[in-house]
Every structure is written in structure tokens, then in C-alpha cells.
Design a protein around this ligand. Structure first.
Ligand SMILES: Nc1ncnc2c1ncn2[C@@H]1O[C@H](COP(=O)(O)OP(=O)(O)OP(=O)(O)O)[C@@H](O)[C@H]1O
Ligand SMILES: [Mg+2]
Length: 386
């Protein structure tokens, strides 16, 4: 056994002891269910033994389930389905997200989504002409660009709850139950108006390479294919993925809309920066253009994280905005090759209020070089570079 594995087992032992002694039996069951999954292929006997323990000791007080039941019956007239073995909820609920801020969207996406919402508001007009509103869409794009956030926002706009399918819970069960789990989750979501998000749907497709599970995963894809076809117009079925290339083409064809999300450009980038500074924007407003150049190509969530760090350093560290941003610029330049540094220096010189001297100091590119590479249509001596 490697040291790593030994460390992991020690950690698990501590967790199990802690949960058992604090009598957190629901949490303990979840933890054991995780171990069942973890050891399923490497140590099937251990996995089975643990799973038998779970089965032989069903939850005594179904506290979590009961708490959920009361709440769900009020809202939906039913309990969120759970995986039989682990008692993990197959769906996560997000409700009343009306306080959630609207995602910043590229103009094309905004138009598409506004129409999607409008179609639902005017479904009677569509019905008169024998049409349904669009009932399924798949969101494609890299991590951190607002796929999940947008699903939550759409649900809030429609005034219905959002359910997110927890694929790890669906697949947590013993082999053979995933299909039934998926079906019961989808059946549940079909019963009342809601938005259902199949988040990270590629997880199913990705796992296809794992031979032992291939039959199981095919079944899951088949279930989803059928459900997309039969989805009621009262609900909206969304899916999100970072890996469109892994998705079964048959599934792909069935979605009414394919929406491609991307990292923010131009206006979206500046809006994101301003938004993420929140109440501190006044102190940083002079730097938005510089930051936009600095963060071009980054996802919203990376930008948000970086800005949070700037704000913390500003508030607690008492570091000036000037030196915070200078540090960022310097570290960015260190990562670029010479040509990249020159291009970046020229951009800073042409697109921001920074003086050419300052740009040169920050980037390590001489003023002569900046002048040489600067677009020729820009006449020298605009007054800012002295
Ligand atoms: N378009 C956006 N507008 C404003 N904030 C955003 C946007 N996209 C992402 N964010 C911020 O980043 C966080 C993470 O975004 P989100 O979870 O929606 O990304 P995602 O596209 O679903 O990523 P993943 O593929 O990793 O699931 C959000 O909670 C929000 O704070
Ligand atoms: Mg997401």
C-alpha cells in the first residue's frame, strides 16, 4: 500500500469515528455510501460488505427525508426521490432565487434566452396555433461562464423551482439501479412545473470508457433520450456541459436549443469587472480598462475570484490600488514571451489612460519598441505619454 493510500484510509477512519460518535447517522450513511462507490472496482468484497451494512440498517428516523417531505408536499405534493442505498437525494432544489443577480450575457444569448422565457409567458398564443414553447435547451461552454447560474436565473424568471439532477447520487447506487434512479428523478420533475437541470451531463458520456459500467451508462443515455422526447411543455429541461464532443449525437439532436456560452468579451468583460468590485468600484473605476486587458480570455468565475482577492488586499492589507494592479501587470508579463509582452504593452498604451512611460516600466518593454509596434494610424504625441 502506498503512503498516499494509507493516509487516505486513516482520514476515512477518522471521519467514520467522528460521525459515529457524534451520532450523525445520516451523514455517516452518506459517508459509507461514498466508500461503497469508492471501493466498488478496487475491492468489491469490501464495497459489498459496507453496502450490506447500509441495507441491514435502514435509517431509523427518516429525519432528513421527513423534513424534506413536509416542505416538498407544500410546494410540489411529493417527496424528492432518494437513492435507496445511500438515501442521497437525487435532485437538489433551488428555490426563490429572485434575489439572484442576472448573469451577464453576450447579446446573442440574451436574446435567445429572453425569447425562451417569453414563449412560456405566451404559451396560450402558441397553443392556439398548435405550437409548444421550446421545452429543452443545452448550455455548452467552458467552466465558470454562467451555465448553472443562468439555469437558476431562468427558473427565477419563470417563478418555478429549479431542480438539479445530482448525477453522483444517481450513479451512487449498486450497479443496475442508476437507470431506475434517473427515471424516478425525471418522473418527479415531470409532475409539476419546474426547471430541471441535468448539470455536467457529459459525466454520463465520459464514463462510457469505463468498461464495467458500459451497459449501465447506455441505459442512462437511453432513458434521457426518451425523456427529452416526452418532456411536458409545462416544464423546461436544461442540460449543461463543458464537453459537447462527448455527448451522444442522438441526444444532441433532441434539444430544441443549443446555447453556446463563452468567456466574456468587450462590454461583458467591463460589466463583469465593475459588478464584481461591488461597493469598492469607486476606488478601482480608473483601472477597469487595464483590468479588462489583463483578464481577457478568463472566465467570469476566475475574474470574480481575482477581483475578490484584490478587494481583500485593498481593504485589509491597506495596499494602494496602483500597486495592487501594478503587481498584477508585472506577474502577467512574466508569464508572456517577448512577443506577447510587446503586444500587451502596445494594447495598454493604445487602449488605456496609462502613460507610455508607465506602460514601459510595468511591462519591461521599452518606449521605442512600443512606438515601433503601435498601430500606425495613431498619430504620436496625443499628450498622454509624457
Ligand atoms: N455570465 C455571468 N455573469 C455573472 N457572473 C457569472 C457569470 N458566469 C459565471 N459567473 C460567476 O461565476 C460563478 C460560477 O458560474 P457557474 O457555476 O454558472 O459556471 P458554469 O458555467 O456552470 O461552470 P461549470 O462548467 O464549471 O459548471 C457564478 O456563481 C457567478 O458568481
Ligand atoms: Mg455549472
Amino acid at each position: 500500500m502506498s503512503l498516499d493510500e494509507f493516509g487516505k484510509i486513516k482520514f476515512d477512519l477518522v471521519q467514520v469515528s467522528r460521525l459515529a460518535l457524534s451520532e450523525k447517522s445520516d451523514d455517516l450513511r452518506l459517508f459509507i455510501a461514498k466508500l461503497v462507490r469508492q471501493y466498488r472496482s478496487s475491492d468489491p468484497d469490501l464495497s459489498k460488505e459496507l453496502s450490506d451494512f447500509l441495507k441491514a440498517n435502514p435509517p431509523k428516523s427518516k429525519t432528513t427525508t421527513m423534513r424534506r417531505t413536509v416542505f416538498d408536499q407544500e410546494v410540489l405534493g411529493g417527496d424528492v426521490p432518494v437513492d435507496d442505498d445511500s438515501q442521497m437525494a437525487l435532485l437538489k432544489r433551488y428555490e426563490d432565487e429572485s434575489h439572484e443577480s442576472k448573469p451577464i450575457l453576450a447579446p446573442g444569448i440574451e436574446t435567445t434566452l429572453n425569447l425562451l422565457i417569453k414563449e412560456r409567458e405566451q404559451k396560450e398564443a402558441l397553443a392556439e396555433r398548435g405550437l409548444d414553447p421550446s421545452k429543452s435547451a443545452v448550455f455548452v461552454g467552458p467552466p465558470g461562464v454562467g451555465k448553472t447560474m443562468t439555469a437558476r436565473w431562468i427558473a427565477a424568471q419563470l417563478g418555478v423551482p429549479l431542480f438539479v439532477l445530482d448525477l453522483s447520487a444517481v450513479m451512487s447506487s449498486l450497479l443496475g439501479r442508476s437507470g431506475a434512479n434517473l427515471r424516478s428523478a425525471l418522473d418527479f420533475a415531470k409532475r409539476s412545473p419546474c426547471v430541471l437541470l441535468l448539470d455536467e451531463i457529459d459525466a454520463i458520456a465520459k464514463r462510457r470508457s469505463d468498461d464495467s459500467d458500459i451497459g449501465e451508462l447506455k441505459r442512462l443515455v437511453t432513458v434521457i433520450l426518451q425523456e427529452v422526447d416526452e418532456w411536458p411543455a409545462s416544464g423546461l429541461l436544461l442540460a449543461a456541459t463543458n464537453h459537447p464532443e462527448l455527448i451522444d449525437p442522438a441526444l444532441w439532436r433532441r434539444f430544441d436549443l443549443i446555447v453556446e456560452f463563452g468567456v466574456p468579451a468587450d462590454e461583458a468583460l467591463s460589466s463583469a469587472i465593475s459588478r464584481f468590485f461591488g461597493p469598492d468600484i469607486d476606488q478601482f473605476s480608473g483601472w477597469v480598462k487595464v483590468l479588462a486587458l489583463l483578464m481577457k480570455g478568463e472566465s467570469f468565475s476566475d475574474i470574480e475570484r481575482l477581483i475578490r482577492r484584490l478587494r481583500r488586499n485593498f481593504i485589509v492589507g491597506g495596499i494602494s490600488t496602483e500597486s495592487l494592479i501594478s503587481d498584477l501587470l508585472r506577474s502577467k508579463c512574466e508569464l508572456l514571451d517577448r512577443q506577447g509582452q510587446i503586444e500587451f504593452a502596445v494594447l495598454l498604451d493604445t487602449c488605456t489612460e496609462l502613460s507610455q512611460r508607465r506602460v514601459s516600466e510595468l511591462t519591461g518593454v521599452s518606449r521605442d519598441t512600443i512606438r515601433k509596434y503601435r498601430p500606425s494610424d495613431r498619430s504620436p504625441g496625443t499628450g498622454k505619454d509624457t
